[in-house]
Ligand binder design. Sequence first.
Ligand SMILES: CC(C)(COP(=O)(O)OP(=O)(O)OC[C@H]1O[C@@H](n2cnc3c(N)ncnc32)[C@H](O)[C@@H]1OP(=O)(O)O)[C@@H](O)C(=O)NCCC(=O)NCCS
Length: 281
Amino acid sequence: MTWDIDPPADGNCRTPTPDGCVVDLWLIDLDADQAVDATVFTTAEVERAERYRFERDRRRFIAGRWAQRRIMAAGLGVDVRSVSFAGGVQDKPKPLVNEAPAPLAMSYSRSAEVGALAIAADGALGIDIEAIEPVAEASLVAGRHFTPGERSALRRACRSHEGSGDAGDPRSFLQIWSAKEAALKALGIGLAGDLASLDASAAVTGPTTETSSAHAFVIRALAPSTRPQDGGDWQARALTFAGRGGRNAGFLACIVADRPVNAVAIRWFDEAPGDVVMKHR
Ligand SMILES: CC(C)(COP(=O)(O)OP(=O)(O)OC[C@H]1O[C@@H](n2cnc3c(N)ncnc32)[C@H](O)[C@@H]1OP(=O)(O)O)[C@@H](O)C(=O)NCCC(=O)NCCS
């Protein structure tokens, strides 16, 4: 299935402006049956897969890596065997084609049975996806890692949720959390980075019932260590979508880049020959 989020909040622009980008977002059903050619994986990937305690997590890791290779290979017009990823378990994977850096930027995230692969032409890119589910110890995490602005945005959202009969809705927390995590993933440092040095209070949209929506906002980088290379702030796009199995209340994702994200083209990855088409922008 293919659909675009239109119109983006800042104008229906499918062509990147000189200072903006368009992101391809591939959603992957990690529990779907697919014919995986396990011989494409590196020894490090096989060893990592074997370390998972639960078969389900092992299968999802493998399905995610397979889909990422297939999508990249189709988009770049190369054989799936020539695609690989450099970096250790806690490093941002660097996409390679025939051992050389691939000419694109990517970031991957997984929650429950859905994987999400964001691809842009270049620049710093990060994605985080979260199943919309109650979060254990949300107030503890907010107390430790959220800025004062984020905490008051949460309180405001809580009050309006009460009005809508939606009290306890985890969305506002997840909107902030996913934005912060995606920014740290764009930086390549992940959760080792300082979550409190990023302010994503603008991520909170209040109660919403749509299954698909897009929201553009800025994540303020409060310290040199959390700024993009140009020293500015991070540009973000948040969206929600329904899962496929109907088990979850749905998912939300946040895409973060070092330039405005003009549009996001979303589609599900389905393993079928010729089905994987990536438009290069
Ligand atoms: C990367 C990290 C944010 C992943 O968090 P998560 O919620 O478990 O996972 P997500 O599904 O959102 O993302 C996982 C993907 O992020 C990517 N990734 C891994 N490390 C990354 C990093 N440092 N920067 C950006 N992306 C990274 C990988 O593609 C990974 O997919 P894989 O597990 O299939 O290889 C987290 O593990 C982390 O911060 N690691 C690095 C920092 C560290 O050393 N942490 C120790 C505990 S604080």
